[in-house]
Design a protein around this ligand. Structure first.
Ligand SMILES: [Zn+2]
Length: 285
């Protein structure tokens, strides 16, 4: 992937490089916020010519083989949390291990209709959205930055995957991240994702704009019962300190939509990680 990205940057100039790196390997789950520095932008796919490549920051990674999750920590110095971290994501969600919390601990979701820029960043389709949608966790507001997909699901429920998983990535005013995860069950019939999945940019680095505002709440289940826990990015550099909320009820995705996505990204889930000393909380609304 690196060489292709470098070629693209060389031919398309700074704009393409900026769009790509702000949403790609360097940032993973946490991408598309304002924290991408010029140095970080320059480094992720540099081959050294840019003078930023020596530390292998933002090195190439993937989901299978030598670049796969088992080896992420060895691919770059700043990926070491992928192995050394004790509060990693995703996890298995097991009711027997969950502690019930009062309903006022529930994360509230306040999403507005949005336009979006879809980006194929080589790992996922990411939709960058304008400001205005948020979730509130324990009184702190986290603004929605982007959402993206994984196949199959990253979180499991008692060991079982769903076909896909949707991650809504938010940041508070200090840049702290909170992800809302929605499990996607493959089922025939009506799917809220039909329009979006017709527009997926198929080539790595390609983008597509959705200029007509659409309702994000259509991507959420009606029931907001949820799990909460403290975790990490599920992509390198696996940074911890991410507040996770996983809705218990799945939404429906159509078989042909799953097939379409699978053609672009055959496998994009990190295996579940040990819970260790963390508390898994469940809040039934
Ligand atoms: Zn994700």
């Amino acid at each position: 992937m690196s060489s292709r990205v470098i070629r693209m940057a060389a031919t398309a100039g700074v704009t393409a490089l900026t769009i790509f790196t702000a949403t790609s390997c360097s940032s993973g789950d946490g991408g598309a916020d304002a924290k991408v520095t010029p140095a970080a932008v320059a480094s992720p796919h540099s081959d050294g010519k840019g003078g930023q490549g020596e530390k292998k920051e933002g090195a190439h990674w993937g989901y299978q083989g030598a670049d796969g999750p088992a080896n992420w920590a060895t691919l770059a110095e700043d990926f070491e949390a992928c192995e050394a971290g004790r509060e990693q994501s995703p996890i298995d969600l097991d009711d027997d291990k969950a502690v019930q919390a009062p309903v006022d601990k529930a994360v509230t979701i306040d999403y507005r209709p949005v336009t979006a820029e879809l980006v194929n960043n080589g790992h996922t389709i990411q939709a960058n959205v304008p400001a205005g949608s948020r979730i509130v966790i324990d009184g702190t507001s986290y603004e929605l930055k982007q959402f993206h997909f994984h196949l199959p699901s990253e979180h499991t429920e008692e060991g079982e995957h769903t076909a896909m998983e949707l991650h809504f990535v938010h940041a508070d005013k200090n840049g702290k991240l909170a992800v809302l995860a929605v499990l996607m069950d493959e089922k025939s019939g009506a799917s809220a994702f039909a329009d979006l999945f017709k527009r997926l940019p198929t080539k790595e680095g390609a983008t597509a704009k959705i200029t007509k505002a659409f309702d994000l709440t259509a991507f959420l289940p009606g029931d907001r019962d949820q799990y909460r826990y403290e975790g990490s990015l599920t992509t390198p550099p696996c940074t911890e300190g991410v507040k996770w909320t996983v809705l218990k009820d799945p939404v429906t995705v159509a078989p042909d939509e799953v097939a379409t996505y699978k053609e672009l990204f055959p496998k994009s889930n990190r295996p579940t990680q040990p819970l260790n000393d963390r508390k898994l909380t469940e809040v039934d609304k």
